[in-house]
Design a protein around this ligand. Structure first.
Ligand SMILES: C[S@@+](CC[C@H](N)C(=O)[O-])C[C@H]1O[C@@H](n2cnc3c(N)ncnc32)[C@H](O)[C@@H]1O
Length: 217
């Protein structure tokens, strides 16, 4: 029998309510799940969670949800949350493709996308997390005025994403082709960002605000 890598990760997560194994059952009830009415911010593809845990510690009055498909990275996020005694984060093991099935309209008021796969082949562009196919999904559950904060090491992905956001009625609030040389104060570094920066790769960063009425689902 073939064992999954880090087979113990899922059972460990199942024991902790900060890991939401069945997020579809919580659709429309995330505030109840957190036990307060604080705003909820979402990170797509959180990896090992340096970014989300840093933000959650800085901002106890904001709730955070972090999604990743890999149990073997999420289990480390969960351990960090427990070490840091953070109660304002939930982690979800799932494919982002189904993200619009776990939130009701207006449940989310900010999205972070950090170093997602650039999917360089044209036939794969639709899998980019900033592609209009995904932006349309996000619009089903974000509040008007929601900002998407997007960072990448990839020039082509960044350039294409500027167009994707414009096409989907997101207003560009900020754009920088070399974040480490910028005067932007609120940056929180991710694991991948540290790796790329150490190799001298320039980090591209943009903030895009959803300005239209939401589309009906
Ligand atoms: C390149 S890593 C970046 C991790 C982290 N954001 C950082 O900047 O250090 C991309 C992460 O997204 C996750 N991921 C990629 N595609 C995904 C998808 N379709 N659904 C859920 N997670 C995905 C991967 O498992 C991986 O942890």
């Amino acid at each position: 029998m073939r064992l999954r890598k880090k087979w113990w990760a899922r059972p460990e997560m199942e024991k902790d309510s900060k890991a939401v194994i069945d997020p579809y059952a919580v659709k429309g009830r995330w505030r109840e799940n957190f036990g307060n009415d604080n705003p909820i911010h979402l990170e797509l593809g959180c990896g090992k969670g340096q970014f989300i845990t840093t933000l959650a510690e800085k901002n106890p009055d904001i709730n955070y949800i972090a999604i990743d498909l890999k149990d073997e990275v999420l289990v480390f996020v969960l351990r960090k949350l427990n070490e840091m005694e953070l109660t304002n984060v939930r982690i979800i093991p799932m494919f982002i493709e189904r993200v619009d099935e776990i939130f009701e309209k207006d449940e989310i008021s900010k999205i972070y996308i950090n170093f997602c796969n650039p999917w360089p082949k044209v036939s794969h562009n639709k899998r980019r997390l900033t592609h209009p196919r995904f932006l349309t999904k996000y619009k089903r559950f974000i509040q008007p005025g929601t900002e998407v904060w997007f960072k990448t090491d990839d020039d082509d992905l960044f350039e294409a994403s500027l167009e994707y956001f414009e096409e989907e009625n997101f207003e560009e609030l900020y754009r920088n082709w070399d974040l480490s040389e910028s005067d932007f104060k609120d940056n929180v570094r991710t694991e991948y960002e540290e790796k790329f920066s150490a190799f001298g790769v320039k980090i591209k960063f943009g903030i895009f605000r959803y300005r239209e009425e939401r589309i009906e689902s």
